[in-house]
Design a protein around this ligand. Structure first.
Ligand SMILES: C[S@@+](CC[C@H](N)C(=O)[O-])C[C@H]1O[C@@H](n2cnc3c(N)ncnc32)[C@H](O)[C@@H]1O
Length: 334
């Protein structure tokens, strides 16, 4: 059955219930859960679509930051239905890359993802299977970390160390963010951190007293989703809040690969959701010097205050900080 043949009418709800159970209980760590092609097709239409909205947020930010991936191959590790690499190929253009390799512990998943990639990008060579020692290229990782026991994380670490650049998106939970931060710290010697950080220092969340915080932002689902009866039914059955799309991510580029431009040094990353009060906003800010709460007075930046109030994404801010007060905003992104 091709993806195009699976619709909301023919979706396998029982498979989605089972997958949801596996994702929630962490039984993903104990074995392959893709049992049939229709599992992947049903996932691709639903859970994977929500993941695609997170990828779109990350890729939009990268484009706004002026970063493009190195040319060469794309490896989607733990590809599932292959949604992550399709988002990346669409964002940067398939012609940017020489080939796509899809790897998963499930051969059913690799076959499905390959079919979907070939349908979307007919001219791009697509391979499946273990990357076995291949070096270079862009490594794409999406929603895999919490399924990997220690040995699996070390196997992935080997793959990471061979890549030229890494695009990695995970759910925006405390545990997943902290796990990704741990990976960042291990890879910082070999790679420049492109995003979300604006600096190359130790992650400020690791400083004593910051244990309750985690690095995350929120993607916005497309307009109309909340009023779409299929999505509403999916959300109700799966116990999901459609509006909430927290993600955590990491983008790395091998040191020395290209001339690095420190375009965002001195900028602050806004972590989590800004807290808007009457006349002021609290932003949890990440800078080279560490993480801290900053206060933005409405009168100092009325336009920015309005955007924050309307929950528009404001991810990066450059301005003067006096004490804990953010003033004289020079620029924001996006
Ligand atoms: C939640 S799914 C995410 C799939 C896809 N990356 C996405 O974002 O939609 C996790 C995927 O990781 C795969 N996986 C888990 N452990 C793995 C391992 N040790 N090696 C390769 N793939 C693994 C699973 O089979 C599954 O396809």
């Amino acid at each position: 059955m091709h993806k195009a043949e699976l619709t909301w009418e023919t979706i396998d709800w029982n498979a989605l219930d089972r997958l949801r159970g596996a994702f929630l209980s962490g039984t993903g760590t104990s074995g392959v859960y893709w049992q049939a092609r229709s599992d992947l097709a049903s996932y691709d239409l639903t859970f994977a679509q929500r993941i695609a909205w997170k990828w779109e947020a990350v890729l939009t930010e990268l484009q706004a930051r002026g970063w493009t991936p190195p040319t060469g191959t794309v490896l989607d590790w733990g590809c599932g239905s292959g949604v992550a690499s399709r988002c990346v190929l669409r964002a940067f253009g398939p012609e940017t890359f020489s080939a796509l390799r899809l790897f998963d512990r499930s051969s059913l998943a690799m076959e499905f993802a390959a079919e979907r990639a070939l349908a979307a990008f007919p001219k791009l060579p697509v391979q499946t299977g273990d990357p076995a020692g291949e070096r270079g290229g862009l490594l794409v990782v999406s929603h895999v970390l919490n399924e990997l026991p220690e040995a699996g994380r070390e196997a992935l670490m080997e793959v990471l160390r061979r890549a030229d650049a890494v695009l990695w998106v995970e759910p925006g939970t405390h545990a997943d963010s902290r796990a990704l931060v741990a990976m960042r710290e291990r890879l910082r010697d070999e790679f420049s951190v492109i995003a979300p950080c604006t600096h190359q220092e130790t992650c400020g969340l690791l400083a004593a007293g910051n244990e309750r915080h985690w690095c995350h932002n929120f993607a916005t689902p497309p307009p109309g989703v909340m009023a779409d009866s299929d999505w509403v039914r999916f959300a109700q059955r799966m116990g999901i809040d459609l509006r909430s799309l927290p993600y955590t991510f990491l983008v790395l580029e091998r040191k020395g690969l290209r001339t690095a431009e420190e375009r965002f040094s001195g900028w602050a990353r806004v972590v989590g959701a800004p807290r808007v009060y009457k006349g002021f906003t609290k932003l949890f800010s990440c800078e080279a010097s560490g993480v801290r709460d900053l206060t933005l007075q409405k009168r100092d930046a009325p336009e920015l205050f309005k955007r924050l109030k309307h929950e528009e994404p404001v991810l990066l801010v450059k301005g003067d900080v006096v004490g804990e007060r953010l003033e004289a905003i020079e620029a924001t992104l996006p």
